[in-house]
Design a protein around this ligand. Structure first.
Ligand code: MN
Length: 256
């Protein structure tokens, strides 16, 4: 049986992790390597400056004192008996939509899988939704990925609505409208501290976006790649290389 690796960023005891692992059991031997405690919003962090420990939780389940990307690294690069054929991250407690994917430990685990050359999916559920419903959608998409493969350097970011989904839409990432404020408070010792990340999420409801699909009650499946290059800007900046180079040369010629 092929091996599937399941991880998350909510920690090894999260309900969403168990639901995702269950939903993939019909596709192969599911191994779980997940952070021992919650790592939400850790992004793509890797632990490079201290050793990682892997503690067995139960059969084929392991807790790691690290990040989701650490778990994927360990799993793909030798901890598992074989290289996994698929990595699934989630089911995250809460959505990972649009611009927020760069903060997400859930999506970053899939990015790590992609970088290591393993087809990877990330699965997130609107708060209050049904993890088994999310698992069903994930199981379907995972089976399709195993049959058809994925475009090179591409992961799938899946978001599941809270109510029973009306269907599945392939979407693009939406954009967040930043309107949040920082909260400044004074502690009992008179020192000022700050909270970030507060406020209501505002979204551009772009046609065909992940946010719109979830808002309409559909499961959103977004193919995401890691090429952060702005190809439009690259084109617009075509003449920068020449002029900046000669300016740099002139600066170097100037007597100091
Ligand atoms: Mn999370």
């Amino acid at each position: 049986m092929p091996i599937l690796l399941v991880t998350n960023d909510d920690g090894v005891h999260a309900a969403g992790l168990a639901a995702l692992a269950r939903s993939l059991e019909h596709l192969g031997d599911v191994y779980v390597l997940a952070p021992e405690r919650e790592q939400s919003a850790c992004g793509h962090a890797l632990t490079l400056h201290r050793p990682l420990r892997v503690e067995p939780v139960r059969d084929r389940w392991f807790a790691v004192n690290g990040t989701p990307s650490d778990c994927v690294n360990l799993g793909v690069l030798g901890f598992l008996p074989e290289r996994p054929v698929l990595i699934a991250s989630g089911v995250n407690h809460g959505t990972n939509l649009g611009d927020d994917v760069t903060y997400s430990g859930t999506v970053s685990a899939a990015m790590e899988g992609l970088l290591l050359g393993v087809p990877s999916i990330a699965v997130s559920l609107v708060s209050g939704g049904d993890f088994d419903e999310a698992g069903r959608a994930a199981g379907l998409v995972a089976a399709r990925v195993l049959v058809e493969g994925l475009s090179p350097k591409t992961l799938l970011n899946i978001n599941v609505p809270a109510e029973a989904p009306k269907g599945i839409r392939v979407t693009r990432l939406g954009h967040r409208v930043y309107s949040g404020k920082i909260v400044e408070q004074v502690d009992p010792r008179g020192r000022t501290h700050y909270w970030i990340g507060g406020g209501e999420a505002q979204w551009d409801l772009l046609e065909g976006s992940d946010m719109q699909a979830v808002n309409d009650g559909f499961v959103s499946v977004t193919p995401v790649h890691l090429d952060l290059t702005s190809h439009r800007a690259l084109n617009e900046m075509r003449d920068w290389s020449g002029t900046l180079s000669s300016q740099l040369r002139r600066l170097g010629e100037r007597p100091r």
